[in-house]
Design a protein around this ligand. Structure first.
Ligand code: GLC
Length: 484
């Protein structure tokens, strides 16, 4: 089979979250398992530095809009680990500082940007290779299946291509004004409650759910949660209608990139048998955050996350005063809602030695946090999969999570008597529940022998992509068969 992945971001080219890791690792594993994999990405400013020597695959594609055309180039970045990469080059839409939004809000032309990207993927495929299946990730390219099944319906070479949508986060759906229908040159009949319309807006993710042949999301628990109004945010009834074609597949992680025995971004290597290197990583991490005064008995709690209410930063803020009294140091890396960026920046300035904050996307620092912290804190209100807790486990960094979505699926509670489990979980949304669990974890941390057992339990877990990729390939085969 030939699978075309339409992705909004992908490491190393551009990343704001876990979808970028998935868009890199899944195609690679699909290729390794014997299929042809092609990835299309927008050529963001972030990605330009990787594309110095790139060939032009298509010098000009015409992408029509009402009363004007845009002309885009498609660049051929060649094959990496068996995966072909193409970039859609439209500087007026993608040569910008951020991917989707600035600190003051979303780019106002996101519908046009990702409508253009989706159309460009379809048009390029006609010239560069029509796949058996399009696999679209997240809300930005979720309008691709809408185009494919409406204005491309009679296209003799695209009409048999199947389409799979993976929902990475239902908190971001891509909601646009109704007139987006005309802007993307779609027929008005798509704008109905049975199609793309939700709460009087054009909803990209809903369109993707309605028009794809099958839908997946990134953990089993989140697949269940999405069927409820609390997590579905309006998509729950839409997914209920597609129940037979909707399921969860837990993300894998790429241990070639995230492995303390080989990681090139960390200060020293270590393994479950030889843990000494982790101490060097801890020192290096503290140095990177310019913290000098913490001893070995202090638990270093790392957070690598979008700074938002969804990720539970309100809970952390509420327990911070109490947390300060414990023997802990909190390290925060990420960007997000300006409210939390300011709040945590300020906490960092006022409480040196207790919390240090870096407002940035920084892949190297993310690796250092996975390697050098004692715990990874993920108190998310909702977490479709979450990858940092899985990375943490591999590095002997114990996850402390709220029992939701993929966090609940991947972390098993520590049971001291049996010596089983990989981390700590709390339930409910009360800040006290988080605080209580942190204190529990600190009590175990104080017992070095127990803690080492807990670390090693996590390091022994295997979340590699081989198995989930097989599940994806199984779905690909199923829906490709249905189309032919
Ligand atoms: C989104 C989700 C996160 C998930 C990632 C990859 O970023 O918020 O939970 O791990 O996508 O699927």
């Amino acid at each position: 089979m030939h699978i075309v992945f339409a992705a909004p971001e992908c490491v190393p080219y551009a990343k704001t979250g876990g979808v970028a890791d998935v868009a890199a690792a899944l195609p690679r594993e699909v290729a390794r398992q014997g299929h042809q994999a092609t990835v299309y990405l927008p050529l963001y400013r972030q990605a330009q530095k990787y594309l110095k020597e790139t060939k032009v695959a298509i010098p000009s594609l015409t992408i029509p809009f009402p009363f004007y055309n845009r002309f885009v180039r498609v660049l051929d970045a060649g094959k990496l680990d068996g995966v072909q990469f193409y970039f859609v080059d439209c500087p007026e839409l993608f040569d910008r500082e951020y991917l989707y939004e600035t600190p003051s809000g979303e780019y106002s032309d996101n519908a046009e940007r990702f409508g253009l990207f989706s159309r460009a993927v379809l048009e390029s495929s006609k010239q560069l290779g029509v796949p058996n299946l399009f696999h679209v990730h997240g809300w930005p390219p979720a309008v691709l299946p809408v185009l494919l099944r409406t204005v491309y319906y009679f296209d003799p070479i695209l009409k048999n291509a199947a389409c799979l949508l993976t929902i990475h986060n239902a908190d971001r759906q891509g909601r646009f004004p109704a007139k987006t229908v005309e802007q993307l040159l779609l027929p008005w009949d798509v704008y109905s409650d049975d199609h793309v319309k939700l709460d009087d807006t054009f909803n990209f993710l809903k369109g993707g759910i309605v028009y794809s042949d099958a839908i997946t999301t990134v953990s089993h628990k989140y697949a269940e949660e999405l069927r409820t109004p609390e997590f579905g945010h309006g998509l729950d009834p839409v997914l209920a209608k597609r129940a037979d074609d909707f399921r969860g597949i837990l993300n894998g992680v790429d241990y070639r990139v995230w492995n303390p025995a080989t990681d090139s971004k960390i200060a020293a290597h270590f393994t479950p048998e030889k843990l000494e290197g982790k101490l060097t990583c801890r020192k290096d991490l503290l140095h990177a955050f310019a913290v000098s005064s913490v001893g070995e008995s202090t638990a270093v709690l790392g957070m690598v996350s979008h700074l938002s209410t969804q990720k539970g930063f309100d809970l952390v803020a509420q327990i911070f005063e109490a947390l300060k009294k414990e023997n802990v140091l909190l390290l925060v890396l990420g960007m997000g809602e300006p409210y939390y960026e300011n709040l945590f920046r300020e906490l960092g300035e006022k409480n040196p030695g207790k919390i240090a904050v870096r407002i940035a996307y920084d892949e190297t620092l993310a690796h250092k946090i996975a390697a050098g912290s004692d715990m990874i804190l993920m108190p998310s209100r909702s977490e479709p999969c979450g990858l940092n807790q899985i990375y943490g486990m591999k590095y002997g960094t114990v996850p402390l999570v709220r029992a939701t979505g993929g966090l609940d699926d991947t972390v098993e509670e520590w049971k001291a008597e049996a010596g089983t489990g990989t981390g700590f979980k709390f339930y409910g949304l009360e800040p006290e529940a988080l605080l209580k669990t942190v204190r529990q974890a600190l009590a175990v941390f104080a017992d070095k022998e127990q803690w080492r057992k807990l670390m090693r339990n996590g390091m022994a877990q295997d979340y590699s992509w081989a198995k989930p990729a097989k599940e994806y390939i199984h779905i690909y085969e199923e829906i490709v068969r249905r189309k032919s």
